[in-house]
Design a protein around this ligand. Structure first.
Ligand code: GLN
Length: 481
C-alpha cells in the first residue's frame, strides 16, 4: 500500500477511504463486529495539531497512506479516547500519544478507535461499557481481549495493521483468537506517553498485523526512545523488517514444559507439536526446558496489576476530567457517585483487589510476596537464556476463542486465558503470537490458534524472524499489505 501511495499510482487517501467503507460494513447490524468505538469521517482532516504532522509524512513515509486502527486507550486529538469506560465517555485528549504522532509522521492514516475491555481489564472485550466485539471468524465467539477491537479489525480485513496494548497478554491473546499476528515488545521499547495507564510497570504498546511483516513495519514506525516517557529506553531500534527472512536455522528453541500441562486440550497440543516439527524442519535445534515458577505467575499478576490499577485509577474522581455526578452535594459524595456510575464491575473488582493487596497489614503478604515471585519468574527466563536458549516457543492460549457470555460470570476462568502470556509482562521480555493452525469446532468453521515466541530483552528482530519462519511454513502470511 505504502509503495503504491509513494509512487503516486493511487491517491494518498484511497486506502483510508476503502478501510472506512469496510469498517462500516463489518460493524453494521445486529451481528456486526463492533470493532470500532469511533470512526474518522470520510476525507476528514485530523485535528489541527495532528494535521501538520500527518501531511508532512504523507508521500515518502514508510506507512504512506496506510490505514491503521488505534486502540481506544491511546490518546488522539481528532477522536475521543474513552478506554471503553463510561467515566471517559466523549473525553477528548488535549494531546496525542507519541505512538500516534509517529504513525502520522510515517504517513499512516488513523481510521478509528477500537473497542476494548474497559481500561484494558479483561480477556474477551466483553468488559467494554459500550458492548462487546465479535470474532470475525465466528460471530458468536469473543475476539479475545483486551485489544479485541484491533484484532478483529485486522482479521476482518479493515486494516492491515493496528495498535493495541499488552499488560498481561492483551495483544498476543486476541491475535491468537482472531488468527492474526500480535507483538508485545520489550518493556521500554515503545513510548507509553499518551497510553492511558492501567498497570504502569507491565503496560506496553504492541502491534497487530495480518502478517509478521505488517506487524513488524508498524512496530518499526512507533518504537524508540521518547524523553516524555521516563521508562522508555534510549537504545537504537534495530532494522526489524530487512532481515525478516533470515529464518531460524541453527537457533536453539526451548520448549518450556510448564506451558504444556496435562490439562492442555489435545487439539492444541497437536497443532503445537506440528508447529515444533516445522521449526525443526526449518533448521531449529529443539530443546526441552523448565521455567519452574510459571505456576505462580497468574496469582502474582492478579495482585500486582490490580495494585497498580487501583493507584492509577484514583485520578478519575469526577473533578479534573471525565464523568462527574452533577447532583452530588459534598466532595466525598461527588467522588463516590462519579466513580460508582463511571466504572463497570470488573474495574470495581480490580480497584478493590488492588486496594486490599496494598492495605496496611496485608501489604507484605500480598504485594510484597508477588514482587518476589515476579523476580523469580524473571530469573527463570535469565537462566534459560544463559544456558544457550535463543527463543522459547509455547502455545499463546490454552484454547481457541470461547463463546460470548461463556466466562463472564467466572472471573477466574477468564483470568486463566492469560496463563501463557502474563509471564512476559512480569519479566519485561518481548513476545509474539503467530497463527499456528486451526482446530475444528462443532457448529462454526475452524477456529485459529496462536503460537508464542519469547526472547531475551531487545531481541525483537530474532523473535520476528522465527515468527516469520513459522508463518511461511504454514503458508499463513496471506500476502503482506
Ligand atoms: N487479561 C489481562 C487482564 O485482564 C490482561 C489485560 C491486558 O493485557 N491489558 O488484566
Amino acid at each position: 500500500m505504502a509503495a503504491a501511495v509513494r509512487d503516486g499510482s493511487v491517491p494518498a487517501d484511497h486506502f483510508l477511504n476503502t478501510a472506512l467503507q469496510r469498517a462500516r460494513e463489518v460493524d453494521e447490524g445486529e451481528k456486526g463486529l463492533h470493532a470500532f468505538l469511533a470512526l474518522r469521517m470520510d476525507g476528514d482532516a485530523p485535528a489541527p495539531g495532528s494535521a501538520a504532522v500527518e501531511a508532512s509524512g504523507t508521500l515518502d513515509g514508510g506507512l504512506a497512506g496506510v490505514p491503521v486502527a488505534v486502540k481506544d486507550n491511546l490518546c488522539t486529538l481528532d477522536l475521543p479516547t474513552t478506554c471503553a469506560s463510561r467515566i471517559l465517555q466523549g473525553y477528548r485528549s488535549p494531546y496525542e500519544a507519541t505512538v500516534v504522532r509517529r504513525l502520522r509522521a510515517a504517513g499512516a492514516r488513523v481510521v478509528g478507535k477500537t473497542n476494548m475491555d474497559e481500561f484494558a481489564m479483561g480477556s474477551s472485550t466483553e468488559n467494554s461499557a459500550f458492548g462487546p466485539t465479535r470474532n470475525p471468524r465466528d460471530r458468536d465467539r469473543v475476539p479475545g481481549g483486551s485489544s479485541g477491537g484491533s484484532a478483529a479489525a485486522v482479521a476482518a480485513g479493515v486494516v492491515p495493521c493496528a495498535l493495541g496494548s499488552d499488560t498481561g497478554g492483551s495483544v498476543r491473546q486476541p491475535a491468537a483468537l482472531c488468527g492474526v499476528v500480535g507483538v508485545k515488545p520489550t518493556y521500554g521499547r515503545v513510548s507509553r506517553y499518551g497510553l492511558v495507564a492501567f498497570a504502569s510497570s507491565l503496560d506496553q504498546v504492541g502491534t497487530f498485523g495480518r502478517s509478521v511483516m505488517d506487524a513488524a513495519l508498524l512496530l518499526e514506525a512507533v518504537a524508540g526512545h521518547d524523553p516524555r516517557d521516563p521508562t522508555s529506553v534510549d537504545r537504537p531500534v534495530p532494522d526489524l523488517t530487512g532481515g525478516l527472512d533470515e529464518g531460524i536455522r541453527g537457533r536453539v528453541v526451548g520448549l518450556p514444559r510448564e506451558y504444556l500441562p496435562n490439562t492442555l486440550a489435545p487439539e492444541v497440543r497437536a497443532r503445537y507439536e506440528e508447529a515444533v516439527e516445522r521449526l525443526r524442519a526449518a533448521g531449529a535445534r529443539i530443546r526441552e526446558v523448565s521455567l519452574p515458577h510459571t505456576r505462580f505467575a497468574v496469582s502474582a499478576y492478579y495482585i500486582l496489576a490490580p495494585a497498580e490499577a487501583s493507584s492509577n485509577l484514583a485520578r478519575y474522581d469526577g473533578v479534573r476530567y471525565g464523568g462527574r455526578a452533577p447532583e452530588a452535594r459534598s466532595t466525598l459524595e461527588l467522588y463516590r457517585a462519579s466513580r460508582t456510575r463511571g466504572f463497570g464491575p470488573e474495574v470495581v473488582r480490580r480497584i478493590m483487589l488492588g486496594t486490599f493487596g496494598l492495605s496496611a497489614g496485608y501489604h507484605e503478604q500480598y504485594y510484597g510476596r508477588a514482587q518476589k515471585v515476579r523476580a523469580l519468574i524473571a530469573r527463570d527466563f535469565e537462566r534459560v537464556w544463559a544456558d544457550g536458549v535463543d527463543l522459547l516457543f509455547t502455545p499463546t492460549t490454552p484454547g481457541p476463542a470461547f463463546r460470548l457470555g461463556e466466562r463472564t460470570t467466572d472471573p477466574v476462568a477468564m483470568y486463566l486465558s492469560d496463563v501463557f502470556t502474563v509471564t512476559a509482562n512480569l519479566a519485561g521480555i518481548p513476545g509474539v503470537s503467530v497463527p499456528m493452525g486451526e482446530v475444528a469446532d462443532g457448529s462454526g468453521g475452524p477456529l485459529p490458534l496462536g503460537g508464542q515466541f519469547l526472547v531475551p530483552p531487545w531481541h525483537e528482530a530474532r523473535m520476528l524472524q522465527a515468527a516469520r519462519a513459522l508463518e511461511r511454513s504454514l503458508g499463513s502470511d496471506g500476502g503482506d499489505a
